[in-house]
Structures are given as structure tokens and as C-alpha cells.
Write a protein of this length. Structure first.
Lengths: 68, 68
DNA sequence: TTGTAGACTGCCGTCGACA
DNA sequence: ATGTCGACGGCAGTCTACA
């Protein structure tokens, strides 16, 4: 499957596991909410720095985005 | 350390482990050589699709970029 | 073989607004 | 709480060329 869609699904999963809203994730990651929405739908080709910010916000290591 | 620098160092390490030139890596990943050079020096904020291409070229999984 | 420069196109990431 | 739109500035990624 497309890497963007995979990443988006994983992000959505990790966020929901934490019962966190897109709004809250946007705040913690210092990104904006519509952008988080698009990422979770696999519409955006996010950069390393965005991946890093999201990992920090979710309190995980980057590699966890790419593990089952 | 800065995530871009970390990624660059790791890419350089993985490439050299395989005794591969930047030129060859550029060819396999369908990127261009000057760009590979900049990435390895931590100057570029690469995207998910580029990370994916580099992983394929090196025949590794993406998570290996983010493991020690 | 690698680093660097300049110029270019397209898209990332932002923001306000509406459903 | 989430999806979507439109407009925008800045930078990702390309290419040629030279050290």
C-alpha cells in the first residue's frame, strides 16, 4: 500500500489509542488541525520534521510509526 | 541532535556498509546525486516518499533508519 | 567520488471559514 | 470533533556545471 496512506492510518490509530482529538494533537505537535486531518487520510507527503513533531506529541519514538 | 542530521548520518552509514556510491544510491532510489549528498549532511528535510525510496534502494525497512 | 551553486517547478505546511 | 476549500509563502526535489 501507498506509504502516505500507511502512515496516515498508523497516526490515526496511535492518536485514538490515546483518546486524543485532532485538535489536541495539532496543538501538541505545533501543527494545524486541517493538516492533521489530511495526513491521517494519506493525502499528504509529510516531512521528517513533521514526523518528528508528531512522535514527540504522541510521546513515542519515530520507529513506532513504521512498526506493525 | 537535529533529526535531519541524525537521518543523514544513518543514511551515510547504511550506504557505506553496502559499499555503495552516492551515484549508485541516487540511481536505485530514483533521486539525484547532489540531493543525496545534501541529505547525508543533514541539510534537507526529506519527505516520507523520499524516505521510502531510500529504504527500497538500500533494501531495508523504513524503521531501520530510526534504530541505533 | 563527493560537495556546492543557481535556477526552476511543484508541493508542503499555514490559516480562516464553512459544513 | 472532523473534513474540506482557497489562497499564500517558503522550501523540497530537479538539473547542469564546476571544483
Amino acid at each position: 500500500m501507498d506509504i502516505k496512506k500507511e502512515f496516515g492510518k498508523r497516526l490515526n490509530q496511535l492518536r485514538k489509542d490515546r483518546k486524543m482529538s485532532q485538535e489536541k494533537l495539532a496543538e501538541l505537535s505545533e501543527l494545524n488541525r486541517p493538516y492533521i486531518s489530511a495526513i491521517e487520510q494519506g493525502k499528504r507527503n509529510v516531512s521528517l520534521e513533521v514526523i518528528s513533531k508528531l512522535a514527540q506529541a504522541l510521546d513515542i519514538e519515530i520507529k513506532q510509526f513504521f512498526e506493525a
